[in-house]
Design a protein around this ligand. Structure first.
Ligand code: NI
Length: 171
């Protein structure tokens, strides 16, 4: 396995709509393994292919807490096929926007259709934090970041903070 480079805001690949895979093969499985390793090393709970420079529809998620057994999920060509009317607000962060967090409102549960690590077609009803993580990662495949879901003022504040953090790190 290999650790991949994580692309950060405002890299243009993060704004691009990603393309479907034609199926799951060993090469894609190797890439999914690398994505998962990269995500664990960065202490993230989700990572989408565009965040490592690949504009394709693949996502890894693991919402197990520290001390719990790892529970990796691999979603290829994922699609949300149902969203609840009920919404929930949750604080989100993103490996492409390091050290920032903001509250985002999203549907409380979603049903997702995807292809798994073995190439099998699956469906899943995601609730609570898994629903948040999956919606956040699937957004990445359409070039959407969580800061696109907050007010313009809040977004400007977050981007300013990111730039300030970067400047401080450089000096
Ligand atoms: Ni993200």
């Amino acid at each position: 396995m290999a650790k991949l480079k994580i692309y950060e805001y405002p890299h243009p690949i993060l704004k691009k709509k990603a393309e479907n895979y034609s199926g799951v093969d060993d090469e894609l499985r190797r890439f999914l393994d690398d994505m998962l390793e990269t995500m664990y090393e960065a202490n993230g709970c989700g990572l989408a292919a565009p965040q490592v420079g690949v504009s394709k529809r693949a996502v890894v998620v693991d919402i197990a807490r520290e001390g719990e057994e790892p529970a990796p999920m691999y979603l290829v060509n994922p699609e949300i096929i149902w969203k609840s009317d009920e919404k929930e607000i949750c604080e989100e962060g993103c490996l492409s926007l390091p050290e920032l967090r903001a509250e985002v409102e999203r549907p409380a549960s979603v049903r997702v259709r995807y292809i798994d690590y073995d190439g099998k077609a699956c469906e899943l009803l995601a609730e609570d934090f898994l629903a948040v993580a999956i919606q956040h990662e699937l957004d990445h495949l359409d070039g959407i970041l969580y800061i696109d879901h907050v007010s313009r003022l809040k977004r400007q504040m977050l981007v300013k903070k990111l730039e300030k953090n970067r400047k401080e790190k450089r000096s």
